[in-house]
Design a protein around this ligand. Structure first.
Ligand code: HEC
Length: 149
């Protein structure tokens, strides 16, 4: 009896996770989409094929600009108290707004630098220091301001 109950509650839990994002609305949904684009752009930079430099530069610029655009909008994407529904954002964002904004600014600056480098970069190692800075902002911000559900 106990086992059956446990199995039932696990399947409810799994369904809940699967539905989580489709339950997002408004600004929460908007920023989840923005974060997904951020993630896709970051992945695309990590996977650039530098054997084909021209294509790599075009792709680098495009992805860097996606990161830059969303980084510059970070403030608007997180209006105070917007943690409703499936949001993984936590109130610390509005308790320590300078720290949150500082990380967003770092992403904005580093991605602008990367966009600029895309004019003449020719290898992964060339962009790696800036890329690592960018990856550091994801990790840093998520550690402080996001609670995975
Ligand atoms: C300034 C803070 C900040 C930065 C920088 C940041 N994130 Fe996030 N990210 C968040 C917060 C907060 C959430 C949770 C949003 C929510 O659920 O409402 C999140 C959520 C996400 C999600 C989950 C989206 C979803 O559908 O639930 C992904 C993926 C993600 N971020 C990727 C990245 C990547 C990749 C980077 C770095 C290039 C990055 N983020 C940089 C704060 C940040």
């Amino acid at each position: 009896m106990k086992k059956v109950f446990l199995a039932a509650s696990i399947s409810v839990f799994v369904a809940g996770v699967a539905l989580a994002h489709s339950g997002a609305t408004g600004i929460v949904k908007e920023r989840m989409m923005a974060m997904k684009e951020i993630a896709a752009a970051t992945k695309s930079i990590a996977k650039l094929d530098w054997a084909n430099v021209d294509t790599a530069r075009v792709k680098l610029k495009r992805s860097a600009l996606v990161l830059n655009k969303h980084a510059s909008e970070m403030g608007e994407l997180f209006p105070e108290g917007s943690i409703q529904g499936p949001s993984e954002a936590i109130p610390a964002i509005w308790e320590r707004p300078e720290e949150f904004q500082k990380i967003a600014n770092l992403l904005e600056t580093a991605s602008a630098q990367l966009a600029q480098m895309s004019d003449d970069a020719s290898s992964k190692s060339e962009i790696q220091p800036v890329f690592l800075q960018i990856a550091g902002t994801c990790k840093g911000c998520h550690q402080e301001f996001r609670q995975k559900k």
